[in-house]
Design a protein around this ligand. Structure first.
Ligand code: ADP
Length: 682
């Protein structure tokens, strides 16, 4: 037997006996039990918190109490047994059935405690009344009233005091902020005032109306101070109510003391239960809210992690696409050079393959860069009035050679009148190039692709129909998401990256348009329909006489109008060399260096008329080199930036540091020459 057990045993016996003495103070004759019976609560709280093994303490204490009452042996045994069993069963129910949380912060705790208090007290009242009757301690006539008063007093006292004891014994100490302390004091101050008014002032005798005064502070405590506050408030109110009834004061002081006490008990029991239920419900809501907030916090963290991972991925894709453009630049230059130098007839087909595939790689890289720009909302459209027909013509020209290679027949049906849109012509063309390429790609050789544009009031509908592999209707929505691909592409063209449609959709949306797909199923062809709003102001413009639509690969370049001394600065030796050959071919005198510092030294020594400068140099950045060259050479030097980044802000930055032109890699020789000559003309 541990010291702790002995100590608790003594405490239980002492507290039970003391509580019984208070109870016996309210004893009014043989037909009534005591009207307040706190020992049951003391025992239930102690055994619930400290363990069943303390039941002998309850038995001893009960025996001790009975020994002062001069009962018969049977009466004593019955009363002791009834009290002990009732406590044991009560604790069992609270632990096993209710699974009571001593913090009392759930509705289940409040209902469980109330139900247990009302039900288990039947055991004590029944066993004791029976034994007292058998032992001759009470007459048969009083058995009924005695049983009833016994049960009522036992259960009502339990209702108020058990929650108070369990909550306060479980966690006697607590910390509050100053604000909480002030609020608690105010609520309890108001409760004391209301109790005095209701139970002790002259006002209380007038009617039962003042009872309502109690509701405000009790509700305040229940909602704001939780189970700890309400169990104390209920005990306090019970003390005020019972003492006033005992001394004949207050709203219930209209009959004999016993009647007053009964009425008061009923009232106290009901309001204690109601506000206990309110407090525990509010606490449960509060805790649920806290748990939910925790979950939301966790979810937000997860979303943030996923989106930062997603961001890292798209950034990686953008960097990858950008880096791959660098090696592509010399390849494009080399292809142009070979074309200029002339291709042997037996190699013409091979050369064309290289050309087409290089262009495809360039397109894929552009798409990848664009999709990452769109997902970072960095894509800036340069909108202006543009004519639909010219956009379609440019798109058709771009895919024409591909369609011919695949032996598709491509027909285009455009409306008679000129339709004007307000948009970015490059991006709008990109939509139709993507859709036409797809139609050609996902249709077996020798198929038919038709583009039809129809004017519809304020918009235009452009449908691209093919006789290709078709699309399963389950994919209709998904194929517009990035990286989603169907299967079944003809093996000779292979598959792409799955970003073309996503990009087209976003581009159409950025122009206030839509894009949709229809197909009767696999093998039955597909129709992609783009709807774009027409520009409100430009519809009546006449059709331009002749549109200048440049072919992607220019015819062999003529010799330069004015030959210049040009310096190429690029750390990629292949890119620099291919560009040198191209520029020399059209008549310029070219030197090449690979580092920024060498460029500054070369320009100082030889004063070339133009410098083609890569931005990403191994030693100093191209911007810094440009600044120094501009400062040293003055405004006449032609300074052209060659950069993998072609956004508007990249161009602005380049012009701000002194470049005369900014070209995106891989730049075509025609564009470079144009830049050189434009500046020279000035
Ligand atoms: P990619 O063509 O690079 O795979 P897209 O985003 O352009 O990516 O297209 C996504 C998918 O939609 C393709 O993989 C293909 O399965 C399907 N698809 C697109 N256009 C057609 C078409 N005209 N006919 C059949 N399927 C198509």
């Amino acid at each position: 037997m541990s010291l702790q057990y002995i100590w608790r045993f003594v405490v239980v016996v002492g507290a039970y006996f003391f509580a019984a003495r208070i109870g016996l103070f309210f004893h009014y004759g043989p037909e009534f039990s005591t009207l307040i019976w706190p020992p049951t609560s003391v025992a239930v709280a102690a055994l619930f918190l400290w363990g069943y093994e303390l039941w002998p303490a309850v038995m001893c204490a009960s025996l001790l109490v009975c020994s002062f009452l001069e009962l018969s042996a049977i009466g004593t045994v019955g009363s002791v047994l009834g009290a002990t069993v009732e406590v044991f069963v009560g604790v069992y129910v609270l632990r096993r059935v209710v699974v009571l949380d001593p913090m009392l912060g759930r509705l289940r705790d409040a209902i469980g405690l109330i139900a247990t208090s009302v039900s288990i007290t039947i055991i004590g009242a029944s066993v004791a009344t029976l034994a007292l009757g058998l032992g001759g301690d009470i007459s048969a006539a009083v058995r009924g009233p005695l049983w009833f008063s016994w049960w009522l007093s036992d259960s009502l006292t339990m209702l108020v005091s058990t929650p108070f004891l369990i909550r306060w014994m479980w966690k006697p100490f607590f910390v509050r902020t100053v604000r909480e302390f002030v609020e608690g004091s105010a609520a309890f101050g108001l409760l004391v005032v209301a109790n005095v008014l209701v139970f002790w002032s002259s006002l209380a005798h007038a009617s039962i109306l003042p009872l309502a005064y109690l509701f405000a502070p009790l509700l305040w405590v229940a909602i704001r101070l939780g189970p700890r506050g309400i169990t104390l408030a209920n005990a306090l109110t019970a003390a005020f109510a019972l003492s006033s009834a005992y001394f004949g004061h207050g709203v219930f002081a209209h009959g004999t003391t016993i009647e007053n006490l009964f009425l008061t008990q009923g009232f106290v029991g009901i309001i204690a239960s109601v506000f206990f239920i309110v407090a525990s419900s509010v606490e449960e809501l509060r805790e649920t809210e806290a748990v939910l907030e925790g979950h939301i916090g966790k979810l937000e963290g997860m979303v943030e992690r996923v989106s930062s991972e997603d961001k890292a991925k798209t950034e990686f894709i953008a960097v990858l696409a950008h880096e791959l453009r660098n090696p592509l630049a010399p390849i494009v230059s080399a292809i142009e050079l070979v074309r200029i130098n002339g291709v042997r007839p037996e190699n013409a087909k091979l050369f064309e393959t290289i050309e087409i595939q290089t262009r495809t790689i360039g397109r894929l890289l552009d798409d990848l860069l664009d999709i990452s720009r769109i997902s970072h909302e960095k894509l800036i459209l340069q909108k202006e009035p543009v004519e639909l027909q010219s956009i379609i013509t440019r798109a058709v020209e771009t895919v024409d050679r591909f369609m011919q290679n695949r032996q598709h027949s491509l027909s285009v049906v455009l409306p008679e009148q000129s339709l004007w849109l307000y948009g970015d012509s490059v991006r709008l063309t990109q939509i139709f190039i993507n859709l036409l390429y797809n139609a050609g790609k996902y249709t077996k050789s020798g198929g038919r692709v038709t583009l039809t544009a129809q004017w519809q009031h304020n918009s235009v509908r452009i449908s691209i129909t093919d006789t290709g592999i078709g699309i399963d209707s389950r994919l209709f929505k998904k194929i517009f998401e990035p990286f989603v691909q169907g299967d079944g592409a003809p093996s000779e063209v292979g598959t792409g990256l799955g970003v073309g449609l996503a990009l087209s959709k976003r581009l159409a949306e950025l122009h206030g348009g839509t894009i949709s797909v229809a197909s009767e199923g696999p093998g039955k062809g597909s129709v992609f329909t783009v709807t774009l709003p027409l520009s409100r102001f430009e519809q009546t413009r006449p059709l331009p006489q002749k549109r200048e639509v440049g072919a992607r690969m220019p015819a062999p370049l003529p010799r330069s109008a004015r030959q210049l001394r040009v310096l190429i600065v690029d750390d990629n030796e292949y890119a620099a060399d291919a560009l040198r050959q191209l520029l020399e071919h059209i008549g310029h005198t070219v030197a090449v260096v690979h580092r920024g510092i060498d460029a500054i030294a070369y320009v100082a020594a030889h004063s070339p008329e133009a410098v083609l400068l890569d931005i990403g140099l191994p030693d100093i950045s191209g911007y810094e080199v440009a600044k120094q060259l501009r400062a040293a050479q003055g405004p006449t030097l032609v300074l052209i930036a060659l950069s993998g980044y072609g956004q508007r802000e990249d161009k602005q930055k380049a012009l701000a540091v002194g470049f005369t032109h900014h070209l995106t890699k891989p730049a075509r020789i025609a564009d470079i020459e144009k830049a050189l000559q434009t500046y020279v003309k000035k």
